[in-house]
Design a protein around this ligand. Structure first.
Ligand code: FAD
Length: 416
């Protein structure tokens, strides 16, 4: 593993640092800097425009599609410097990270021209319509149908757990376009406008008052015939690309949010005296080791990519699965520890109704008057979902078992 960066990467680092210093609000780097909810909302709005003007959104995309054509190393340095500054680098998660790269890889030239500029400018908000009530881990069991009617697809069915659907302009969804084909065939990947009569979104409200995800019902909803990505009935292969992006991480920066959060938990343990408890100390040391493992594994992955010694495609997919399993289970356990350290205080609602704070990895936390959880409690709740979304920890284990350890494949049910 090579822990040094080449000189040109360090030069690029200086360029990014300078840009950040010039563009972030005054006082950003000073200790105790804080913004009120309105101020932050205003900042986020203007910041996306500045990111776009600077060319930093999806900057590793090719220049002909509005990216900056950055090398992998430059992309890593960009991520590192934004993470170091605590500055947001992304417009719309689903657009920048999932559907955008999928369109780049699979879509026709016409589709790229139609959708990529809107993604880069943050003009299109997206959501992901894969899961259904009877199709989660076993995604290929999905039943939503799309049938051609002239120049349009007509869509009927239901999706569930659709994050951000209530704010989305478009959904990238999987629908069955050939019901007679075997389970994994006959599925297409469609880009469907959300703001139309045939689409009904019902938010699912959680105990802490947040309603990040939704049920989405399609009743004769429509999209143009040309909005299939990667070819009719080829949606499974396209969807696997999207899931690969979802399970991947920013190699050298993803451990940072955990590191920062753990520092807070340690401080809290010291303040409450719980740090004197040998069992708590042991758990904190275990958590620290796991964050270090994530950091070192990130560097190892980066070295593999840069030196061309990265493992082959199927093995790489399994490494993504290992990472997802590792960080999500780490986070679930450490948030339990955090609540445990709070003791009785962890059991009562200590947030305020007007709380509006950014919780790393979770997004915005807004307090609710009748259930005012604190930021730690909100992060605790959310950590329970992290071993589920993007493929459950058990499914990741299946992938590792089959692709790395060479264990026998799961038996298939006859006819599937
Ligand atoms: C916060 C959050 C956000 C989400 N956002 C989205 C979104 O935006 N769009 C979207 O499409 N979906 C979204 N999902 C859905 C998510 O992808 C599914 O919840 C996930 O794939 C699991 O499916 P399921 O909930 O149907 O559980 P099931 O598949 O029914 O699984 C139930 C349990 O059985 C286990 N299990 C199932 N099959 C196997 C097996 N073969 N081997 C071993 N164990 C197995 C699972 O691990 C799990 O513990 C989101 C989920 C969450 C929690």
């Amino acid at each position: 593993m090579d822990l040094t960066y080449p000189p040109e990467a360090e030069e690029f680092r200086v360029e990014i640092r300078r840009w950040l210093e010039e563009h972030l609000p005054q006082g950003w780097f000073e200790p105790g800097f804080a913004m009120g909810p309105d101020e932050r909302a205003e900042f986020v709005k203007g910041w996306n425009d500045q990111l776009f003007e600077g060319g930093w959104i999806c900057a590793t995309w090719p220049t002909e599609y509005g990216g900056k054509g950055l090398t992998t190393m430059q992309g890593v340095v960009l991520n590192e410097e934004f993470a170091r500054a605590g500055a947001p680098l992304r417009g719309d998660f689903f657009g920048d990270t999932l559907v955008g790269p999928t369109i780049l890889q699979w879509a026709s030239e016409e589709q790229k021209q139609q959708f990529l500029p809107g993604i880069l400018q943050g003009r299109i908000a997206w959501c992901q319509g894969f899961s259904e009530p009877e199709a989660g881990s076993d995604l290929a069991s999905l039943k939503t149908r799309a049938v051609l009617d002239g120049d349009e697809w007509v869509i009927n069915g239901q999706k569930v757990w659709t994050t951000q659907a209530q704010h989305a302009d478009y959904i990238f969804l999987l629908a069955r376009t050939d019901p007679d084909a075997p389970k994994h065939a006959g599925i297409s990947y469609l880009l469907v406008p959300m703001r139309q009569e045939g689409v009904e979104v019902r938010p699912i409200v959680q105990p802490d008052g947040s309603a990040e995800f939704n049920e989405v019902f399609f009743t004769n909803a429509r999209c143009p015939r040309g909005n299939v990505v990667g070819g009719v009935n080829n949606g499974w292969a396209v969807a696997m690309t999207t899931l690969g992006f979802e399970r991947g991480t920013s190699a050298t920066t993803s451990h940072r949010r955990f590191q920062k959060e753990l520092e807070g938990i340690v401080e809290r343990a010291q303040a409450t005296g719980r740090a004197a408890d040998p069992l708590v100390r042991q758990e904190l040391a275990r958590a620290y080791s796991k964050v270090k493992i994530m950091e070192i594994n990130g560097l190892r992955s980066l070295t593999g990519v840069l030196t061309g010694t990265s493992p082959a495609e199927s093995y790489r997919g399994a490494l993504g699965a290992t990472n997802k399993m590792f960080w999500s289970e780490y986070h679930r356990d450490v948030m339990e520890l955090a609540i445990d350290i709070l003791g009785m205080e962890g059991q009562i609602l200590t947030g305020t109704a007007d709380t509006d704070e950014y919780v790393p990895g979770y997004g915005r936390h807004r307090g609710r008057p009748d259930y005012p959880v604190s930021v730690t409690q909100a992060a605790f709740f959310f950590s329970r979902s992290e071993t589920i979304w993007g493929g459950t920890a058990q499914i990741q284990r299946n992938i590792v078992g089959e692709r790395v350890l060479g264990l026998p494949k799961e038996p298939k049910v006859a006819g599937q």
